[in-house]
Design a protein around this ligand. Structure first.
Ligand code: G6P
Length: 229
């Protein structure tokens, strides 16, 4: 086993859009709901919902459509969306895991890194099971465990605490601007997964996990200036 002489010993991943390509299903289910309410949403608008809780997402969508619902109606609508989303999730398999993810998780595990998952989704465990990723994780924090939406750092702080590590010893991988902010607010080192056009605050940005190794993750971070939130 290679030993890495450096300060990081934990890695915490967001799920949707980082490890697994599920955002297309969230989009389809939200769009169907908007259509039922008499308006439409586009992909660009949906991108801004990444990382938000289900209820926070619904509230944004209702705002876009100028639709007012009572609290009881909102709860009902978020259940309706979730049922459609779960119907779509039935077709998720290990093929939905994004490129490079399994080799990178395998390398981290083999090198003795502690691995956490922090997702706002209440379906996170279902997605991990369907994609056969569950056994990689020492800790799983999902939408059932957290109370605060990103950019609050609660979900990452819970993960690092359960891993027994200080935030400064963990790298967070995030695909959303809100998630990057949450990581920075929690004092984590954050690598954005996607485009540096919108992940502007991350310590570093990678397009995806293809060909990512521990060595080049540490190399990217070593070349990065210190950023504060
Ligand atoms: C993640 C996704 C969001 C989703 C949220 C809640 O953060 O990026 O798009 O709305 O989880 O997911 P849930 O499955 O609980 O509705």
């Amino acid at each position: 086993m290679t030993t890495y002489d450096q300060s990081f010993s934990g890695v915490i991943f967001n799920l949707d859009g980082v490890l697994v390509d599920t955002s297309v299903y969230h989009y389809a289910a939200w769009r169907r709901l908007a259509n039922e309410l008499g308006f439409d949403i586009n992909q660009q608008e949906h991108e801004t919902l990444r990382g938000l809780s289900r209820m926070a997402s619904l509230e944004k969508i209702l705002e876009w459509g100028n639709v007012y619902l009572t609290e009881a109606e909102k709860l009902h609508m978020s259940d309706v969306k979730n049922n459609w989303y779960k119907q779509l999730l039935v077709s998720v398999t290990p093929d939905h895991v994004l490129a490079g993810v399994v080799p990178f998780l395998t390398e981290l595990k083999g090198a003795g890194f502690k691995i956490g998952l922090s997702s706002a989704s209440k379906s996170a465990r279902m997605v991990l099971n369907s994609t056969h990723l569950t056994s990689f994780f020492d800790v799983i924090i999902d939408g059932h465990s957290t109370r605060k939406s990103k950019p609050d750092p609660e979900c990452f702080l819970m993960a690092s605490r359960e891993l027994g590590l200080l935030p400064t010893r963990c790298v967070v991988f995030e695909d959303s601007h809100l998630g990057v902010q949450a990581g920075l607010f929690g004092d984590f080192t954050v690598i954005g997964v996607g485009s540096s056009d919108y992940l502007t605050n991350a310590h570093a940005v990678i397009p995806n996990f293809e060909n990512l190794s521990i060595k080049n993750m540490l190399g990217i971070l070593a070349d990065t200036p210190v950023i504060s939130s």
